[in-house]
Design a protein around this ligand. Structure first.
Ligand code: NAP
Length: 442
């Protein structure tokens, strides 16, 4: 039977990295209460002191060490200090980490994101292990726990830098685990599910997913300390991993759907160039808009390349544009311009001609055909698309239900895509017909 936490840590030296907050701090409090001697590692001294204070307040023993684990020289210095003072480390919990949520399409000039994530999440633990493993092997006793993520098992869009760094650590741990079998040294990977901590907080969309509390996540690590398994993972993580092994196509479809959900929220963060919004006349003046579009398409109004890139990435997440090539969407984004409509104003009028259709960024608009309400348009959807796609006048009137921020997309550019990309044209026509005349699908 596995020992209790107290039996596993009492009188032992337990190093926890990232002990200044979140999962690491909660684990330290539990191990401290069970009688382990804690070595608390992180950069923020005052928070480490707080953790130490709480552990000592409950009768435990803890020693904080300030270290930037992404700096190998600092890790060496930390290891030397610790080995000199404590002789060895019984349990090393590599928990410190950072996450980056950014799609690759917005990272072309951000190679440093990938380097920094690897530096902390992969090279940090590896350096510490290279320093602290030799005494463990000599003594024939030790346990290394690497805190990874269930995201490695499930994967998903927008976290490529983070997931790759954790996957590298998982692969390292698994290989090392085989090398130390029978030596009294154990290696555990924890594929941690979502936890409500400072790390997860900026991704608002994750608020809708079930998540552990930091104390519950700490319980998973404490169970790993007691049982020393090769891996701790949730049933959902294991299921996702098995599903990918046997049916990668299914995994791809599920992730594509999640990707679309994730891509919806960034619409809210898109910066609408205030100049262009401010330039808008008080009434929806078609002559002004035509002249504005001509100046934009003629390059007389410079487009912001970062904004264009972001919009192109977001357009990729819209079903209507699914069959378009990235270069085509980039062209579409480069002559899109922001425009706002107040509550009650019409984005489109049934039967009218127009040069533009709209990608809604924020707010809601009601869709009416021949006076009958037929639906509501939300952020991330396109309106006025039937005209350019079917070469018809507007099919519906679209009226803002609240303030609507949108991008006006050039009908000319859309025509270009339709005439050069038969697949995209077929796909768009199918979606437009399904929206406006579902019966004609049969
Ligand atoms: P957190 O509250 O943000 O804690 C991160 C910890 O890492 C902090 O103590 C931070 O301390 C430390 N840290 C960051 N950069 C460091 C550096 N350069 N050197 C030393 N320490 C550094 O996040 P958390 O959610 O508890 O994350 C803990 C671990 O769980 C991470 O490895 C994360 O990838 C993993 N995880 C989290 C989730 C989740 O949903 N939260 C899910 C799966 C896996 P300082 O800032 O003081 O240095």
């Amino acid at each position: 039977m596995a020992p209790t936490l107290q039996e596993a840590v009492k009188g032992r030296t337990v190093m926890i990295t990232g002990a200044s907050s979140g999962i690491g701090k909660q684990t330290a409090l539990k191990v401290g209460a069970a009688g382990g001697t804690l070595l608390l590692i992180a950069r923020r001294r005052e928070l480490l002191e707080e953790t130490r204070g709480e552990i000592e307040g409950r009768g435990g023993v803890a020693q904080p060490y300030v270290c930037d684990l992404s700096n190998p020289a600092e890790v060496d210095e930390l290891s030397a200090q610790v080995l000199e003072k404590h002789g060895h480390v019984d349990v090393l919990v590599n928990n410190a980490g950072r996450s980056i949520r950014r799609e690759v399409g917005s990272s072309y000039d951000r190679f440093h994101d990938f380097q920094r994530t690897m530096q902390l999440n992969y090279f940090g633990p590896v350096k510490l292990i290279l320093d602290l493993l030799p005494p463990m092997r000599e003594r024939g006793s030790g346990h290394i726990i690497n805190v990874s993520t269930a995201g490695v098992q499930m994967s998903g869009p927008m976290f490529s830098a983070y997931l790759a760094s954790k996957a590298a650590l998982d692969a390292f741990s698994r290989s090392l685990g085989f090398e130390v079998i029978g030596e009294g040294v154990y290696i555990t990977t924890v594929n941690m599910p979502l936890v409500r901590t400072a790390m997860a907080a900026p991704t608002r969309m994750l608020d809708n997913f079930p998540a552990l509390r930091p104390g519950e996540a700490a319980d998973l690590i404490c169970a790993a300390i007691r049982k020393r398994p090769a891996r701790v993972a949730t049933p959902l993580g294991n299921f996702a991993q098995a599903a990918y092994a046997v049916a990668p196509g299914l995994d791809h479809s599920v992730n594509a759907a999640i990707g679309r959900l994730l891509l919806r929220s960034p619409w809210r963060n898109l910066r609408l160039r205030p100049g262009a919004v401010g330039d808008r006349p008080a009434v929806d003046d078609l002559a002004w808009r035509e002249s504005f579009r001509r100046r934009l398409e003629g390059g007389r109004i410079p487009a912001d390349p970062v904004e264009v890139e972001r919009l192109a990435v977001l357009l990729r997440g819209i079903p209507l544009f699914e069959a378009c090539a990235p270069a085509e969407l980039h062209k579409l984004a480069s002559t899109a311009y922001p425009i706002s409509f107040e509550e009650g104003e019409d984005l489109c009028l049934e039967g009218a001609e127009s040069d533009d259709c709209y990608v809604v960024v924020e707010g809601e608009a009601a869709l009416t055909i021949q006076g009958e309400p037929v639906g509501v348009v939300h952020a991330g959807e396109v309106v006025g698309e039937r005209g350019p796609i079917e070469d018809l006048a507007r099919a519906a009137t679209v009226t803002a239900k609240s303030r609507v921020l949108a991008y006006a997309i050039s009908r000319g550019r859309l025509d270009e895509i339709l005439s050069n990309n038969a697949n995209a044209a077929k796909h768009m026509r199918r979606l437009v017909r399904a929206r406006y005349a579902p019966d004609s699908q049969r």
